[in-house]
Design a protein around this ligand. Sequence first.
Ligand SMILES: Nc1ncnc2c1ncn2[C@@H]1O[C@H](COP(=O)(O)OP(=O)(O)OP(=O)(O)O)[C@@H](O)[C@H]1O
Ligand SMILES: [Mg+2]
Ligand SMILES: [Zn+2]
Length: 243
Amino acid sequence: MECHLCGGRGLILRGKKAYLCPVCRQQRLRQRILSLSQLTSQMRDYTFDRFDFRFYSPYIRDGSKGITYCESAKRAVEAAKAFVRDFLSGKAEEGLIITGAVGSGKTFLACCIANAVLEGGREVLFLVVPDFLDQIRASYDEEGGFTEQEILAMAKTVPLLVLDDLGAFIYSEWARQKIYSLLDYRLNHRLPVVVTTNVALEDLEELLGERTISRLIALCRPYRLLVEHDIRMIMRQEKEAGR
Ligand SMILES: Nc1ncnc2c1ncn2[C@@H]1O[C@H](COP(=O)(O)OP(=O)(O)OP(=O)(O)O)[C@@H](O)[C@H]1O
Ligand SMILES: [Mg+2]
Ligand SMILES: [Zn+2]
């Protein structure tokens, strides 16, 4: 499809001067960010109908809440589906924060949400937080590339933002500031966020700081995915047993 503003040349001529076409530039920015943060083809397959509850024990109970691992997962999935319904009908403000150990299905569930939203024809940006921060850093020494402001603006304003792996490594003050301004903006503009983290909420505060956590709590309702064993491990064992 050709650009309606510049006819696909990427430039607009005004008198003797040529300007970069703002529509094309915006489009390129979008593609650039999507290609970096895009759901991989594997992640595109993580959908609600493929969410398997057998990894979540119907016997073992979550010490703090007294519900089984399976019930806890069911609550998270129900909340995720309800969120998608609300979002697609334009009334979601509150997102989710999904916590759980390594290999408990957090990214899987976040992808279910992202895919259902895409399926519904709405925009979503799926950011793997460590990669996203690297990307912003890279923008500093890249000439003619997109600026930090442009990259951040996209994450701030996209209708739905998924932050996968928040707190996956210790944050520098610089990184903390980026995450803070992102969440602050989205909170002020009532834009929802879906977050996954393998850091417990209590410990996340130490990593991200009080002001960020306070915003996160305001933006997202917490859910837990509890497993006895890393699902990757179970799948590996099943694969080997099947041979
Ligand atoms: N509910 C599920 N149903 C089917 N497969 C699942 C489910 N949860 C996870 N898996 C499988 O297990 C793998 C690991 O899950 P996932 O990446 O979601 O874990 P995670 O909690 O995000 O782990 P990490 O903390 O390392 O990021 C996935 O690639 C997927 O194949
Ligand atoms: Mg993950
Ligand atoms: Zn154009």
